[in-house]
Design a binder for this molecule. Structure first.
Ligand SMILES: [Zn+2]
Length: 550
């Protein structure tokens, strides 16, 4: 029961039931104690005094050690210390108020859960501790050590999105993060690589900073532009194309809304039309769009005169980030309509509402009252608005009861309306994962405009050369993309040209498709799962800010 029975002897044990506390009176029995300064074993006792230590709880009882320890005379005349208190390295740290084993348990608790959650579980286990104590215990731990990695993944991560970024280095073979660096620039990466030789492969994203850092720090290592980021960059370029050609998406969405919805019994239903935008909201959106376009035109006007981004920002009233975004768009994109997002609190109930409607229940208040017991918490107004859209689909004039005639069956359209992002993922999704409706949507998109069709073809061919590793197709693809009429695709291709060796390595080398690719794709997940705030603190003290316990 004692932390160390070889140096401690139990003198008495008191159980106090009302306060649920056990007090153990314990005496140190060391026959001699080494001086902490000169390590000479001392024999003469000076005095003794009491220490109180909290220990692991026993059942629902808190346990407290009343420990008698002694002070000794150092007999080394050359030593500066005349009198010292004996150390009990197996029981507790000097000056500690907790036994070593209790402190270790708290560190384990903090390591697994971090501050606040650790405190909550600690209370359930009768370990009274504050979150600051938990975090302090973590920071006192030595940084974990790792064998030098051979295959290293380098990526950035956000400490605070859009404000502060750091760099994470992951041993891709062991799937272990090995270091966090305080910035996402070349120098810290180069420095780390110089201090940790032996890295043979560096898988990185396509930011030039990491390429430069890897070149400076480990010239001999093979650089790989990893597939995850290649495909991510492609997706960004494609989203830009769809943003520029927003009218094409609108046309596809409008067509989709006209088409009858095939039902499982082989018949067709009338689609529910999209919600109308209220005139006030429409006017506000038009104002916003006009303001943005003015800014966009101004940015381009001064950019053509050769101004730098900083100079433009000083002149035009918008942020540098916005200016950079505008300069990536050679033509003014069609403003996106929020209504296309189609998120509504009514969505989960639409199927049953339509079922009841088609069965002949045409009273909005009754439909509303039927939905409420099923958990619908939205307003009645929302139901009436939806009902009026159904009536519009069926051709029943407003404020008139549907006559007792056979009305067409109504249904929600199968596919969601396209936004630039949805269109991007529709294109990049693997063919076998597309539903029939999605394939049809894609075909419509492809048929709408020659430019968009070109972007789709190029974008779909790229994963075919990346995923199954076909480097021989890379050069022809680059040639096609570089002569494309689409600015965003051309810029993506020229980026690949600039980083050609690493890109080629990414689509050529066998090890990059095996475990490395898996690791790379899991990199974001690893970051999320392996780095609670506690681990983050532990690996790099530089990141410690005011502990918020989260
Ligand atoms: Zn001494």
């Amino acid at each position: 029961m004692l932390p160390d029975a070889t140096t401690l002897r139990l003198e008495a044990c008191e159980v106090d039931d009302p306060t649920a506390q056990i007090t153990l009176r314990v005496q140190s029995t060391q026959p001699r104690a080494p001086c902490p300064l000169c390590a000479t074993p001392a024999r003469r006792i000076h005095s003794d005094y009491g220490r109180t230590l909290a220990d692991l709880p026993w059942a629902q009882y808190r346990v407290c050690l009343q420990l008698r320890v002694r002070k000794w005379f150092c007999r080394n005349r050359a030593c500066q210390r005349r009198i010292f208190t004996e150390r009990l390295p197996t029981v507790a740290a000097p000056w500690a108020r907790r036994t070593l084993r209790l402190a270790q348990r708290l560190v384990a608790l903090g390591m697994a859960l971090g501050g606040k959650a650790g405190v909550r579980l600690g209370h359930a286990w009768d370990l009274a501790v504050s979150r600051n104590t938990l975090l302090r215990g973590l920071r006192r731990q030595p940084a974990p050590s790792f064998p030098p990695p051979r295959v290293l993944g380098v990526d950035d991560f956000a400490l605070r999105k859009r404000h502060t970024y750091g760099t994470i280095l992951v041993d891709l073979e062991r799937r272990q993060p090995v270091a966090l660096l305080p910035e996402r620039t070349a120098e810290p990466v180069a420095q780390w690589l110089r201090e940790h030789p032996g890295v043979e492969v560096i898988a990185r994203d396509r930011a030039s900073a990491y390429a430069e850092g890897a070149r400076q720090g480990a010239l001999a290592a093979t650089q790989v532009a990893d597939r995850f980021h290649l495909l991510q960059n492609l997706a960004e370029a494609l989203t830009q194309v769809f943003t520029t050609y927003g009218r094409v998406l609108d046309a596809v969405n409008a067509m989709e809304r006209q088409q009858p919805v095939p039902l499982s019994d082989g018949t067709n239903a009338v689609p529910v039309p999209p919600p109308p935008t209220p005139p006030a909201e429409q006017a506000r959106a038009a104002q916003r769009a006009a303001r943005r376009q003015t800014c966009y035109d101004a940015v381009w006007a001064v950019h053509r005169q050769g101004w730098s981004t900083a100079a433009i920002a000083a002149q035009v009233d918008c942020s540098r980030r916005t200016i950079e975004r505008y300069l990536q768009m050679p033509t003014w994109p069609v403003p996106q309509h929020r209504r296309h997002y189609g998120r509504s609190i009514l969505n989960p109930y639409k199927a049953s509402l339509l079922e009841r409607w088609n069965a002949g229940c045409h009273t909005a208040i009754q439909l509303f009252q039927e939905l409420q017991p099923r958990g619908y918490t939205g307003s009645y107004r929302r139901v009436t608005a939806y009902v009026s859209r159904i009536r519009q689909a069926q051709g029943i004039p407003p404020r008139r009861q549907g006559r007792r005639q056979r009305l067409p069956v109504v249904a929600e359209p199968v596919s969601q309306p396209l936004t630039p992002r949805r269109a991007t993922w529709l294109v990049l999704r693997r063919q076998e994962q597309r539903t029939a409706a999605e394939a049809q949507q894609l075909a419509q998109l492809h048929a709408q405009s020659a430019e968009v069709a070109e972007a789709i073809d190029l974008a779909q061919d790229f994963p075919h050369l990346v995923r199954p590793r076909q480097p021989e197709h890379l050069d022809p693809w680059l040639a096609r993309a570089s002569t494309s009429g689409l600015e965003a695709i051309r810029r993506f291709a020229s980026g690949l040209h600039d980083d050609y060796a690493a890109v080629k390595a990414g689509v050529t080398l066998p090890w990059s498709s095996g475990p490395v690719e898996g690791h790379i794709n899991r990199l974001k997940m690893v970051k999320r799962h392996m780095f609670g705030r506690a681990h983050l603190d532990l690996l790099s003290r530089r990141f410690v800010r005011a502990p918020d316990g989260g």
